[in-house]
Design a protein around this ligand. Structure first.
Ligand SMILES: NC(=O)c1ccc[n+]([C@@H]2O[C@H](COP(=O)([O-])OP(=O)(O)OC[C@H]3O[C@@H](n4cnc5c(N)ncnc54)[C@H](O)[C@@H]3O)[C@@H](O)[C@H]2O)c1
Ligand SMILES: [Zn+2]
Ligand SMILES: [Zn+2]
Length: 393
């Protein structure tokens, strides 16, 4: 048996003893987890927004550790290797994997039929992220079974610490893909909604794509401070300023060239009429999401600009100003991150010292403290920005 963080319903996660994973397919490996993180995406599960979760599901999709067992078909990894594991499970050989669209893998979701009913087609299976997306046990546990391990995990050189490379599993590639999807050109003004861990990596990545200005938007003081200090961004505080008016002032009435939504479905309910309505509809189960930020990006973006949606949305969104989107000739790109595509190039940036992703970490605790830390992270208490768990410490 091993210790794992399990989901039991809204705001109910527990550390429990569960059976250790075993190799069940030739391309599996088992990883003993040394470090694993809590993600903003986990909060959608914690807050009970994501359908098809079952009591006892093991959470977590930002893991790394040491390979302790390899399946008979694995040639690229051996026992003792240190690896970071992408949150996307991808076969490497289907049409989508071949195009580099790893989060759209056609074969890794055994419950594809469930996803098809809701989305038309099924995206890839994800670790610890509902039965509709595969029902795979997650990595907030002492051990993790990694399917298709000849495609996903990347080996880590000895001289890099867990903290330097852990976020290759999700949030660094996610911020980077968000910046790439934003189609940033040299000198562009980029606005980033949300200064959580994902927003921080969007800001860092926007500069890598040669942005001229980065404007970061949030309402949490220490997150705005990190955006200014580590991200060299200008900031807008949603608790004190009107976002659209302020953005127009800052851009000569034009609006930002590129807008990145790094908030997603759980936008704060502010004073705005639409966000209050979202909350009310959600409370009576009439709405699945609170897409206030998505609306705001469409209304703020300059004509002919691009909106990149990294924040996760779940269902059928309401009151999207699609007329503005169409008439302003905007482009929108989105997706769960094709993590495998970015592992090597971003590992190189870390090795060269161009970035140390550890800057977002504010809390490092044992797995036993995970339930408490979910709450702290969700409520943004104690200056919490990113939590790293040590399940085997
Ligand atoms: N596309 C992907 O593959 C992928 C991967 C990881 C995370 N995500 C998603 O990215 C989003 C952010 O993740 P995170 O880990 O940074 O989460 P987080 O919850 O820590 O950060 C969200 C931030 O948005 C801010 N916010 C809320 N309402 C806002 C508003 N109206 N305007 C501006 N800011 C607002 C919050 O204060 C918070 O700082 C989540 O939706 C998560 O699911 C997507
Ligand atoms: Zn994540
Ligand atoms: Zn595939």
């Amino acid at each position: 048996m091993m210790k794992a963080l399990t989901w039991h319903g809204k705001h109910d996660v527990r550390v429990e003893s569960v059976p250790e994973p075993e190799i069940i397919a030739g391309r599996d490996v088992i990883v003993r987890i040394t470090s694993t993180a809590i993600c903003g995406s986990d909060l959608h599960l914690y807050d009970g927004m994501m359908p098809t979760m079952e009591s006892g599901d093991v959470l977590g999709h930002e893991p790394m550790g040491e390979v302790v067992e390899v399946g008979p078909e694995i040639r690229n990894l051996k026992v003792g290797d240190r690896v970071v594991v992408p949150f996307t499970i991808s076969c490497g050989t289907c049409r989508y994997c071949k195009m580099g669209l790893f989060s759209l893998c056609d074969t890794s979701n055994p419950n594809a039929e469930m996803a098809r009913k809701v989305m038309g087609q099924s995206p890839a299976g994800l670790f610890g992220y509902s039965h509709m997306l595969g029902g795979f046990a997650g990595g907030q546990a002492q051990y993790l079974r990694v399917p298709f391990a000849d495609v996903g995990p990347i080996k880590v050189p000895d001289h890099l610490t867990d903290e330097q490379v852990l976020f290759l599993s999700d949030i660094f590639p996610t911020g980077y893909m968000a910046a790439e999807n934003a189609e940033i050109g040299p000198g562009d003004t980029v606005a980033v909604w949300g200064c959580g861990p994902v927003g921080q990596f969007c800001i860092q990545s926007a500069w890598m794509f040669k942005a001229g200005r980065v404007i970061a938007i949030d309402g949490v003081p220490e997150r705005l401070e990190m955006a200014r200090n580590c991200g060299k961004a200008e900031t807008i505080d949603t608790t004190k300023e009107h976002v659209r008016e302020r953005l127009m002032e800052m851009t000569n009435g034009q609006g930002p060239d590129r807008c990145i939504d790094a908030v997603g479905t759980e936008a704060h309910v502010g004073g705005s009429f639409d966000s209050v309505l979202d909350r009310a509809k959600e409370a009576v189960m009439l709405g699945t999401d609170r897409p206030h930020v998505l609306r705001e990006t469409i209304l703020c973006c300059r004509k002919g600009g691009t909106i990149s949606v990294a924040g996760v949305y779940l269902g059928f969104l309401d009151k999207i100003p699609f007329g503005a989107f169409m008439n302003k000739a905007l482009t929108m790109k989105s997706g769960q991150t094709h993590v495998q595509r970015y592992l090597k190039p971003l590992m190189e940036k870390i090795e060269k010292g161009e970035i140390n992703p550890a800057f977002v970490i504010t809390h490092t605790v044992s797995l036993d403290e995970a339930p408490e830390m979910y709450k702290t992270f969700r409520d943004k208490k104690d200056g919490c920005i990113k939590v790293v768990l040590k399940p085997n410490a």
